[in-house]
Design a protein around this ligand. Structure first.
Ligand code: NAD
Ligand code: HSO
Ligand code: ZN
Length: 440
Protein backbone atom coordinates (compact mmCIF):
# COMPACT_ATOMS: atom_id res chain seq x y z
CA UNK A 1 0.00 0.00 0.00
CA UNK A 2 1.12 3.56 -0.57
CA UNK A 3 2.11 6.48 1.68
CA UNK A 4 -0.38 9.28 2.27
CA UNK A 5 0.43 12.37 0.21
CA UNK A 6 -1.07 15.70 1.27
CA UNK A 7 -3.71 17.12 -1.08
CA UNK A 8 -4.67 14.16 -3.26
CA UNK A 9 -6.88 11.26 -2.22
CA UNK A 10 -4.74 8.18 -1.75
CA UNK A 11 -6.91 5.08 -1.49
CA UNK A 12 -6.78 1.65 -3.11
CA UNK A 13 -9.15 1.05 -6.03
CA UNK A 14 -10.19 -2.56 -6.53
CA UNK A 15 -12.54 -4.25 -8.97
CA UNK A 16 -13.93 -7.74 -8.65
CA UNK A 17 -13.32 -8.04 -12.43
CA UNK A 18 -9.53 -7.79 -11.95
CA UNK A 19 -7.54 -11.02 -12.17
CA UNK A 20 -5.66 -10.22 -8.96
CA UNK A 21 -8.76 -9.13 -7.02
CA UNK A 22 -8.77 -12.05 -4.56
CA UNK A 23 -5.09 -11.50 -3.67
CA UNK A 24 -5.51 -7.76 -3.28
CA UNK A 25 -8.56 -8.19 -1.08
CA UNK A 26 -6.69 -10.71 1.04
CA UNK A 27 -3.79 -8.26 1.50
CA UNK A 28 -6.20 -5.45 2.34
CA UNK A 29 -7.89 -7.45 5.08
CA UNK A 30 -4.71 -8.96 6.55
CA UNK A 31 -4.26 -7.35 9.92
CA UNK A 32 -3.45 -9.30 13.00
CA UNK A 33 -3.69 -7.05 16.01
CA UNK A 34 -1.88 -9.33 18.42
CA UNK A 35 0.85 -11.13 16.51
CA UNK A 36 3.93 -8.93 16.58
CA UNK A 37 6.79 -10.70 18.40
CA UNK A 38 8.23 -7.53 19.86
CA UNK A 39 4.84 -6.48 21.26
CA UNK A 40 4.26 -9.99 22.66
CA UNK A 41 7.61 -9.88 24.40
CA UNK A 42 7.08 -6.44 25.85
CA UNK A 43 3.58 -7.30 27.05
CA UNK A 44 4.79 -10.54 28.69
CA UNK A 45 7.41 -8.52 30.57
CA UNK A 46 4.82 -5.97 31.75
CA UNK A 47 2.37 -8.66 32.87
CA UNK A 48 5.02 -10.44 34.88
CA UNK A 49 6.23 -7.23 36.52
CA UNK A 50 2.73 -6.21 37.61
CA UNK A 51 1.92 -9.75 38.74
CA UNK A 52 4.99 -9.91 40.98
CA UNK A 53 5.51 -6.28 42.00
CA UNK A 54 1.93 -4.96 41.99
CA UNK A 55 1.37 -1.24 42.50
CA UNK A 56 5.08 -0.35 42.22
CA UNK A 57 5.27 -1.74 38.67
CA UNK A 58 1.91 -0.21 37.76
CA UNK A 59 3.15 3.22 38.82
CA UNK A 60 6.46 2.79 36.96
CA UNK A 61 4.84 1.76 33.67
CA UNK A 62 2.21 4.49 33.91
CA UNK A 63 4.96 7.08 34.39
CA UNK A 64 6.85 5.67 31.43
CA UNK A 65 4.11 5.05 28.86
CA UNK A 66 1.67 7.81 29.79
CA UNK A 67 4.36 10.39 30.57
CA UNK A 68 3.31 10.89 34.20
CA UNK A 69 5.37 11.62 37.28
CA UNK A 70 3.43 10.08 40.15
CA UNK A 71 4.84 8.22 43.10
CA UNK A 72 1.89 6.15 44.34
CA UNK A 73 -1.39 4.57 43.25
CA UNK A 74 -3.22 7.10 45.41
CA UNK A 75 -2.49 9.62 42.64
CA UNK A 76 -3.97 7.25 40.06
CA UNK A 77 -7.19 6.53 41.94
CA UNK A 78 -10.42 8.50 41.60
CA UNK A 79 -13.21 8.24 44.17
CA UNK A 80 -16.98 8.56 43.66
CA UNK A 81 -16.94 12.18 44.81
CA UNK A 82 -14.51 13.21 42.03
CA UNK A 83 -16.71 11.42 39.46
CA UNK A 84 -19.83 13.18 40.73
CA UNK A 85 -18.07 16.56 40.60
CA UNK A 86 -17.10 15.89 36.98
CA UNK A 87 -20.74 15.15 36.11
CA UNK A 88 -22.08 18.20 37.91
CA UNK A 89 -19.41 20.45 36.41
CA UNK A 90 -20.28 19.62 32.81
CA UNK A 91 -21.96 22.20 30.60
CA UNK A 92 -25.71 21.51 30.45
CA UNK A 93 -25.65 20.35 26.79
CA UNK A 94 -22.99 17.71 27.53
CA UNK A 95 -24.74 16.51 30.69
CA UNK A 96 -27.99 16.20 28.75
CA UNK A 97 -26.37 14.37 25.81
CA UNK A 98 -24.64 11.94 28.14
CA UNK A 99 -27.89 11.27 30.02
CA UNK A 100 -29.85 10.74 26.78
CA UNK A 101 -27.22 8.32 25.47
CA UNK A 102 -27.10 6.47 28.81
CA UNK A 103 -30.91 6.09 28.89
CA UNK A 104 -31.04 4.72 25.38
CA UNK A 105 -28.11 2.32 25.87
CA UNK A 106 -29.60 1.07 29.17
CA UNK A 107 -33.04 0.55 27.63
CA UNK A 108 -31.61 -1.41 24.70
CA UNK A 109 -29.61 -3.67 26.97
CA UNK A 110 -32.61 -4.32 29.23
CA UNK A 111 -34.03 -6.26 26.27
CA UNK A 112 -30.99 -8.53 26.27
CA UNK A 113 -31.41 -9.72 29.84
CA UNK A 114 -31.60 -13.51 29.78
CA UNK A 115 -33.81 -15.17 32.38
CA UNK A 116 -33.20 -18.36 34.33
CA UNK A 117 -35.48 -21.18 33.16
CA UNK A 118 -36.45 -24.73 34.04
CA UNK A 119 -38.94 -27.40 33.03
CA UNK A 120 -40.30 -30.41 34.88
CA UNK A 121 -40.60 -33.86 33.33
CA UNK A 122 -43.48 -36.28 33.91
CA UNK A 123 -41.59 -38.18 36.67
CA UNK A 124 -40.94 -34.95 38.62
CA UNK A 125 -37.35 -34.42 37.47
CA UNK A 126 -36.56 -30.72 37.02
CA UNK A 127 -33.97 -29.45 34.53
CA UNK A 128 -32.97 -25.89 33.84
CA UNK A 129 -30.47 -23.11 33.74
CA UNK A 130 -29.67 -20.50 36.40
CA UNK A 131 -28.24 -17.18 35.23
CA UNK A 132 -25.93 -15.32 37.63
CA UNK A 133 -24.02 -12.06 37.22
CA UNK A 134 -20.26 -11.80 37.64
CA UNK A 135 -19.10 -10.68 41.08
CA UNK A 136 -16.61 -8.15 39.72
CA UNK A 137 -15.98 -6.91 36.16
CA UNK A 138 -13.08 -4.85 34.85
CA UNK A 139 -13.79 -2.42 32.03
CA UNK A 140 -11.00 -1.07 29.85
CA UNK A 141 -11.72 2.38 28.44
CA UNK A 142 -9.21 3.39 25.78
CA UNK A 143 -7.54 6.76 26.11
CA UNK A 144 -4.27 6.87 24.20
CA UNK A 145 -5.17 8.77 21.02
CA UNK A 146 -8.67 9.94 21.91
CA UNK A 147 -10.91 9.98 25.00
CA UNK A 148 -14.01 7.78 24.88
CA UNK A 149 -16.82 8.73 27.28
CA UNK A 150 -19.16 6.76 25.02
CA UNK A 151 -17.08 3.62 25.63
CA UNK A 152 -17.57 4.09 29.40
CA UNK A 153 -21.34 3.87 28.87
CA UNK A 154 -21.09 0.98 26.41
CA UNK A 155 -18.94 -1.07 28.79
CA UNK A 156 -20.46 -0.23 32.15
CA UNK A 157 -24.21 -0.10 31.41
CA UNK A 158 -24.60 -3.71 30.24
CA UNK A 159 -22.60 -4.77 33.31
CA UNK A 160 -25.08 -2.85 35.45
CA UNK A 161 -28.10 -4.31 33.70
CA UNK A 162 -26.59 -7.77 34.20
CA UNK A 163 -26.40 -7.13 37.94
CA UNK A 164 -22.60 -7.23 38.31
CA UNK A 165 -21.60 -6.69 41.95
CA UNK A 166 -18.69 -4.32 41.38
CA UNK A 167 -17.43 -2.51 38.28
CA UNK A 168 -13.76 -1.50 38.14
CA UNK A 169 -12.75 0.89 35.36
CA UNK A 170 -9.26 1.60 34.04
CA UNK A 171 -8.46 4.43 31.64
CA UNK A 172 -5.10 5.91 30.71
CA UNK A 173 -4.53 9.64 31.09
CA UNK A 174 -1.60 10.48 28.80
CA UNK A 175 0.38 13.44 30.19
CA UNK A 176 -1.89 13.35 33.23
CA UNK A 177 -4.80 14.98 31.42
CA UNK A 178 -8.14 13.90 32.91
CA UNK A 179 -11.14 13.97 30.59
CA UNK A 180 -14.14 15.32 32.52
CA UNK A 181 -16.67 13.67 30.18
CA UNK A 182 -15.08 10.27 30.78
CA UNK A 183 -15.31 10.74 34.55
CA UNK A 184 -18.87 12.06 34.29
CA UNK A 185 -19.85 9.02 32.21
CA UNK A 186 -18.36 6.76 34.89
CA UNK A 187 -20.54 8.51 37.49
CA UNK A 188 -23.66 8.16 35.34
CA UNK A 189 -22.98 4.49 34.54
CA UNK A 190 -22.45 3.54 38.19
CA UNK A 191 -18.77 2.58 38.03
CA UNK A 192 -17.47 1.66 41.51
CA UNK A 193 -13.72 2.30 41.15
CA UNK A 194 -11.69 4.27 38.61
CA UNK A 195 -7.92 3.88 38.18
CA UNK A 196 -6.17 6.14 35.69
CA UNK A 197 -3.90 3.48 34.25
CA UNK A 198 -3.90 1.97 30.77
CA UNK A 199 -2.18 -0.39 28.38
CA UNK A 200 -0.93 -3.89 29.26
CA UNK A 201 -0.14 -2.80 32.83
CA UNK A 202 -3.80 -1.96 33.48
CA UNK A 203 -4.93 -5.31 32.06
CA UNK A 204 -2.38 -7.05 34.31
CA UNK A 205 -3.60 -5.18 37.38
CA UNK A 206 -7.21 -6.21 36.70
CA UNK A 207 -6.25 -9.82 35.99
CA UNK A 208 -3.93 -10.42 38.96
CA UNK A 209 -4.97 -7.68 41.37
CA UNK A 210 -2.48 -5.39 43.12
CA UNK A 211 -2.39 -3.84 46.60
CA UNK A 212 -4.79 -1.17 45.26
CA UNK A 213 -6.57 -2.58 42.22
CA UNK A 214 -9.00 -5.38 43.01
CA UNK A 215 -8.67 -8.51 40.90
CA UNK A 216 -11.68 -8.96 38.59
CA UNK A 217 -13.41 -12.00 37.10
CA UNK A 218 -13.57 -10.71 33.52
CA UNK A 219 -12.00 -7.88 31.51
CA UNK A 220 -13.99 -6.24 28.72
CA UNK A 221 -13.48 -3.32 26.36
CA UNK A 222 -11.52 -2.26 23.31
CA UNK A 223 -7.94 -1.05 23.15
CA UNK A 224 -4.77 -0.86 21.09
CA UNK A 225 -2.33 -3.64 20.28
CA UNK A 226 -0.82 -3.66 23.82
CA UNK A 227 -4.24 -3.98 25.39
CA UNK A 228 -5.40 -6.66 22.95
CA UNK A 229 -2.19 -8.67 23.37
CA UNK A 230 -2.43 -8.44 27.16
CA UNK A 231 -6.09 -9.48 27.18
CA UNK A 232 -5.32 -12.53 25.10
CA UNK A 233 -2.42 -13.42 27.40
CA UNK A 234 -4.41 -13.23 30.65
CA UNK A 235 -7.37 -15.17 29.27
CA UNK A 236 -7.80 -18.19 31.51
CA UNK A 237 -6.70 -16.30 34.59
CA UNK A 238 -9.76 -14.12 33.94
CA UNK A 239 -12.47 -14.10 31.29
CA UNK A 240 -12.32 -11.68 28.38
CA UNK A 241 -15.05 -10.49 26.04
CA UNK A 242 -13.31 -10.49 22.65
CA UNK A 243 -10.39 -8.91 20.85
CA UNK A 244 -11.88 -5.56 19.78
CA UNK A 245 -9.21 -3.81 17.72
CA UNK A 246 -9.04 -0.80 15.41
CA UNK A 247 -12.41 0.38 14.12
CA UNK A 248 -13.75 -0.68 10.73
CA UNK A 249 -16.60 0.28 8.45
CA UNK A 250 -17.86 -1.35 5.27
CA UNK A 251 -20.38 0.71 3.34
CA UNK A 252 -22.42 -0.88 0.57
CA UNK A 253 -24.08 1.71 -1.61
CA UNK A 254 -26.60 1.26 -4.43
CA UNK A 255 -25.61 4.70 -5.75
CA UNK A 256 -28.60 6.55 -4.31
CA UNK A 257 -26.97 8.11 -1.23
CA UNK A 258 -25.41 11.60 -1.22
CA UNK A 259 -21.67 11.07 -1.88
CA UNK A 260 -20.76 13.64 0.81
CA UNK A 261 -22.66 11.61 3.40
CA UNK A 262 -20.78 8.45 2.46
CA UNK A 263 -17.40 10.23 2.38
CA UNK A 264 -18.01 11.37 5.95
CA UNK A 265 -19.21 7.91 7.04
CA UNK A 266 -15.92 6.48 5.76
CA UNK A 267 -13.92 9.23 7.49
CA UNK A 268 -15.80 8.64 10.74
CA UNK A 269 -14.04 5.35 11.37
CA UNK A 270 -10.77 6.30 9.66
CA UNK A 271 -10.34 9.18 12.11
CA UNK A 272 -10.07 6.78 15.06
CA UNK A 273 -6.69 5.40 14.21
CA UNK A 274 -4.10 5.04 11.41
CA UNK A 275 -4.89 1.29 11.60
CA UNK A 276 -8.66 1.77 11.18
CA UNK A 277 -10.26 0.45 8.00
CA UNK A 278 -12.90 2.09 5.78
CA UNK A 279 -14.17 0.33 2.64
CA UNK A 280 -16.88 1.32 0.17
CA UNK A 281 -18.43 -1.24 -2.19
CA UNK A 282 -20.75 -0.37 -5.08
CA UNK A 283 -21.68 -1.64 -8.52
CA UNK A 284 -22.19 1.94 -9.71
CA UNK A 285 -18.88 3.19 -11.12
CA UNK A 286 -19.94 6.82 -11.49
CA UNK A 287 -21.10 6.82 -7.87
CA UNK A 288 -17.74 5.48 -6.64
CA UNK A 289 -16.06 8.34 -8.53
CA UNK A 290 -18.47 10.85 -6.97
CA UNK A 291 -17.68 9.57 -3.46
CA UNK A 292 -13.93 9.72 -4.22
CA UNK A 293 -14.37 13.34 -5.35
CA UNK A 294 -16.28 14.16 -2.14
CA UNK A 295 -13.55 12.55 -0.05
CA UNK A 296 -10.80 14.55 -1.79
CA UNK A 297 -12.75 17.78 -1.33
CA UNK A 298 -13.76 17.17 2.30
CA UNK A 299 -10.50 15.75 3.62
CA UNK A 300 -8.74 19.09 4.10
CA UNK A 301 -11.66 20.22 6.29
CA UNK A 302 -11.11 17.44 8.82
CA UNK A 303 -9.51 18.10 12.21
CA UNK A 304 -7.87 14.67 12.15
CA UNK A 305 -6.89 14.89 8.48
CA UNK A 306 -3.49 13.28 8.96
CA UNK A 307 -4.86 10.19 10.72
CA UNK A 308 -7.65 9.82 8.14
CA UNK A 309 -5.22 10.13 5.24
CA UNK A 310 -2.92 7.46 6.62
CA UNK A 311 -5.79 5.12 7.45
CA UNK A 312 -7.31 5.49 3.96
CA UNK A 313 -3.96 5.08 2.23
CA UNK A 314 -2.84 2.10 4.26
CA UNK A 315 -6.08 0.20 4.82
CA UNK A 316 -8.96 1.86 2.92
CA UNK A 317 -10.47 0.84 -0.44
CA UNK A 318 -13.13 1.71 -2.98
CA UNK A 319 -14.31 -1.55 -4.52
CA UNK A 320 -16.29 -1.88 -7.71
CA UNK A 321 -18.33 -5.07 -7.97
CA UNK A 322 -20.53 -6.40 -10.77
CA UNK A 323 -23.84 -6.59 -8.93
CA UNK A 324 -25.72 -6.99 -5.66
CA UNK A 325 -24.88 -10.70 -5.41
CA UNK A 326 -21.15 -9.92 -5.48
CA UNK A 327 -21.65 -7.22 -2.85
CA UNK A 328 -23.32 -9.79 -0.56
CA UNK A 329 -20.48 -12.27 -1.06
CA UNK A 330 -17.94 -9.53 -0.29
CA UNK A 331 -19.62 -8.38 2.89
CA UNK A 332 -19.75 -11.92 4.25
CA UNK A 333 -16.08 -12.41 3.33
CA UNK A 334 -15.05 -9.16 5.06
CA UNK A 335 -17.26 -9.77 8.13
CA UNK A 336 -16.93 -6.10 9.15
CA UNK A 337 -17.30 -4.58 12.56
CA UNK A 338 -19.81 -2.08 11.12
CA UNK A 339 -21.83 -2.69 7.96
CA UNK A 340 -23.73 0.24 6.47
CA UNK A 341 -26.36 -0.91 3.99
CA UNK A 342 -26.83 2.40 2.19
CA UNK A 343 -29.44 0.96 -0.17
CA UNK A 344 -33.12 1.48 -0.95
CA UNK A 345 -34.30 -1.83 0.50
CA UNK A 346 -32.00 -2.80 3.41
CA UNK A 347 -34.62 -5.16 4.82
CA UNK A 348 -34.35 -7.34 1.70
CA UNK A 349 -30.59 -7.70 2.31
CA UNK A 350 -30.86 -8.82 5.92
CA UNK A 351 -31.48 -12.55 5.40
CA UNK A 352 -28.25 -12.74 3.40
CA UNK A 353 -26.05 -10.91 5.92
CA UNK A 354 -24.33 -13.63 7.92
CA UNK A 355 -21.26 -11.89 9.35
CA UNK A 356 -21.25 -8.32 10.70
CA UNK A 357 -20.80 -6.86 14.19
CA UNK A 358 -23.56 -4.29 13.69
CA UNK A 359 -25.79 -3.65 10.67
CA UNK A 360 -26.81 -0.07 9.91
CA UNK A 361 -29.86 -0.12 7.67
CA UNK A 362 -30.69 2.53 5.09
CA UNK A 363 -29.35 5.90 4.01
CA UNK A 364 -30.26 7.73 7.21
CA UNK A 365 -28.56 5.35 9.60
CA UNK A 366 -25.11 6.87 10.00
CA UNK A 367 -22.75 4.52 11.82
CA UNK A 368 -21.82 7.45 14.08
CA UNK A 369 -25.31 7.37 15.63
CA UNK A 370 -24.61 3.81 16.74
CA UNK A 371 -21.24 4.84 18.18
CA UNK A 372 -22.92 7.22 20.61
CA UNK A 373 -26.58 6.94 21.27
CA UNK A 374 -28.78 4.68 19.13
CA UNK A 375 -28.70 2.10 21.94
CA UNK A 376 -26.87 -1.05 20.75
CA UNK A 377 -23.33 -1.56 21.98
CA UNK A 378 -20.40 -0.06 20.07
CA UNK A 379 -17.88 -2.57 21.42
CA UNK A 380 -17.91 -4.97 18.48
CA UNK A 381 -15.81 -7.75 16.98
CA UNK A 382 -13.20 -6.53 14.48
CA UNK A 383 -10.78 -8.06 11.91
CA UNK A 384 -13.29 -10.62 10.62
CA UNK A 385 -14.03 -12.03 14.08
CA UNK A 386 -17.72 -11.24 13.53
CA UNK A 387 -17.69 -14.72 11.96
CA UNK A 388 -17.76 -16.10 15.50
CA UNK A 389 -18.15 -13.18 17.95
CA UNK A 390 -21.02 -10.89 18.93
CA UNK A 391 -21.36 -7.33 20.24
CA UNK A 392 -20.55 -6.75 23.90
CA UNK A 393 -23.78 -7.32 25.80
CA UNK A 394 -25.48 -8.19 29.06
CA UNK A 395 -24.70 -11.87 28.38
CA UNK A 396 -20.95 -11.07 28.64
CA UNK A 397 -21.43 -10.14 32.29
CA UNK A 398 -23.37 -13.21 33.26
CA UNK A 399 -22.76 -16.89 33.33
CA UNK A 400 -25.05 -19.87 33.37
CA UNK A 401 -25.21 -22.86 35.69
CA UNK A 402 -27.11 -25.97 34.70
CA UNK A 403 -29.79 -27.18 37.12
CA UNK A 404 -30.58 -30.88 37.59
CA UNK A 405 -32.99 -32.09 40.26
CA UNK A 406 -33.93 -35.76 39.91
CA UNK A 407 -36.99 -37.19 41.59
CA UNK A 408 -36.59 -40.71 43.04
CA UNK A 409 -38.45 -42.06 40.03
CA UNK A 410 -36.33 -39.97 37.62
CA UNK A 411 -33.05 -41.19 39.18
CA UNK A 412 -34.25 -44.77 38.91
CA UNK A 413 -35.23 -44.28 35.28
CA UNK A 414 -31.95 -42.64 34.24
CA UNK A 415 -29.74 -45.02 36.26
CA UNK A 416 -29.52 -47.89 33.72
CA UNK A 417 -28.58 -45.55 30.86
CA UNK A 418 -25.84 -43.87 32.93
CA UNK A 419 -24.62 -47.25 34.17
CA UNK A 420 -24.23 -48.74 30.68
CA UNK A 421 -22.39 -45.67 29.39
CA UNK A 422 -20.15 -45.47 32.50
CA UNK A 423 -19.15 -49.13 32.22
CA UNK A 424 -18.42 -48.52 28.53
CA UNK A 425 -15.89 -45.91 29.73
CA UNK A 426 -14.59 -48.27 32.44
CA UNK A 427 -15.61 -45.76 35.09
CA UNK A 428 -16.99 -48.12 37.71
CA UNK A 429 -17.60 -45.56 40.46
CA UNK A 430 -19.77 -43.57 38.08
CA UNK A 431 -21.73 -46.71 37.20
CA UNK A 432 -22.26 -47.81 40.80
CA UNK A 433 -23.18 -44.31 41.92
CA UNK A 434 -26.00 -44.34 39.36
CA UNK A 435 -26.94 -47.98 40.11
CA UNK A 436 -27.44 -47.33 43.87
CA UNK A 437 -30.38 -45.13 42.94
CA UNK A 438 -32.14 -47.66 40.71
CA UNK A 439 -35.25 -49.00 42.46
CA UNK A 440 -35.84 -52.73 42.57
N1 NAD B 1 -13.98 -1.63 18.87
C1 NAD B 1 -14.38 -0.68 19.68
O1 NAD B 1 -15.42 -0.74 20.26
C2 NAD B 1 -13.51 0.55 19.89
C3 NAD B 1 -14.01 1.68 20.57
C4 NAD B 1 -13.16 2.75 20.80
C5 NAD B 1 -11.84 2.67 20.34
N2 NAD B 1 -11.43 1.56 19.66
C6 NAD B 1 -10.06 1.38 19.23
O2 NAD B 1 -9.29 1.25 20.43
C7 NAD B 1 -7.96 1.68 20.17
C8 NAD B 1 -7.54 2.66 21.27
O3 NAD B 1 -6.15 2.83 21.22
P1 NAD B 1 -5.40 4.03 21.95
O4 NAD B 1 -3.95 3.84 21.67
O5 NAD B 1 -6.05 5.30 21.61
O6 NAD B 1 -5.68 3.83 23.51
P2 NAD B 1 -5.40 2.62 24.52
O7 NAD B 1 -5.95 3.06 25.82
O8 NAD B 1 -5.89 1.34 23.98
O9 NAD B 1 -3.81 2.50 24.65
C9 NAD B 1 -3.04 3.46 25.31
C10 NAD B 1 -2.02 2.75 26.18
O10 NAD B 1 -1.16 1.94 25.37
C11 NAD B 1 0.08 1.77 26.04
N3 NAD B 1 1.19 1.96 25.12
C12 NAD B 1 1.29 2.89 24.13
N4 NAD B 1 2.50 2.78 23.54
C13 NAD B 1 3.17 1.78 24.19
C14 NAD B 1 4.45 1.19 24.04
N5 NAD B 1 5.30 1.60 23.10
N6 NAD B 1 4.79 0.18 24.85
C15 NAD B 1 3.92 -0.29 25.79
N7 NAD B 1 2.70 0.25 25.98
C16 NAD B 1 2.33 1.27 25.18
C17 NAD B 1 0.17 2.82 27.12
O11 NAD B 1 0.14 2.20 28.34
C18 NAD B 1 -1.10 3.66 26.94
O12 NAD B 1 -1.66 3.99 28.19
C19 NAD B 1 -7.98 2.29 18.77
O13 NAD B 1 -7.46 1.33 17.88
C20 NAD B 1 -9.47 2.52 18.47
O14 NAD B 1 -9.80 2.40 17.09
C21 NAD B 1 -12.22 0.51 19.45
N1 HSO C 1 -16.47 3.40 16.42
C1 HSO C 1 -15.96 2.94 17.70
C2 HSO C 1 -16.11 1.43 17.77
O1 HSO C 1 -15.48 0.83 16.72
C3 HSO C 1 -16.68 3.51 18.86
C4 HSO C 1 -16.60 4.98 19.05
C5 HSO C 1 -16.48 5.68 20.21
N2 HSO C 1 -16.49 6.98 19.89
C6 HSO C 1 -16.64 7.12 18.63
N3 HSO C 1 -16.70 5.89 18.08
ZN1 ZN D 1 -16.38 5.53 15.99
Amino acid sequence: MSEASPGALDIARLSTADADFADRLEALLAWEGVSDDEVQHRVAEILEAVRTRGDAALVEYSNRFDRLSVSSMAELTLGPERLRQAFEGLPEAQRQALATAADRVRRYHEHQKPESWSYTEADGTRLGQQVTPLDRAGIYVPGGKAAYPSSVLMNALPAHVAGVGEIVMVVPTPDGVLNELVLAAAHLAGVDHVFTVGGAQAVAALAYGTETVPRVDKIVGPGNIYVATAKRAVFGQVGIDMIAGPSEILVISDGGTDPDWLAMDLFSQAEHDEDAQSILVSWDDAHLEAVAASMARLLPTMEREAIIRTSLAERGALIHCRDRAEAVALLNRIAPEHLELSVADPEAWLPEVRHAGAIFMGRFTAEALGDYCAGPNHVLPTSGTARFSSPLGVYDFQKRSSLIECSAEGASGLGPTASVLARGESLTAHARSAEYRIRD
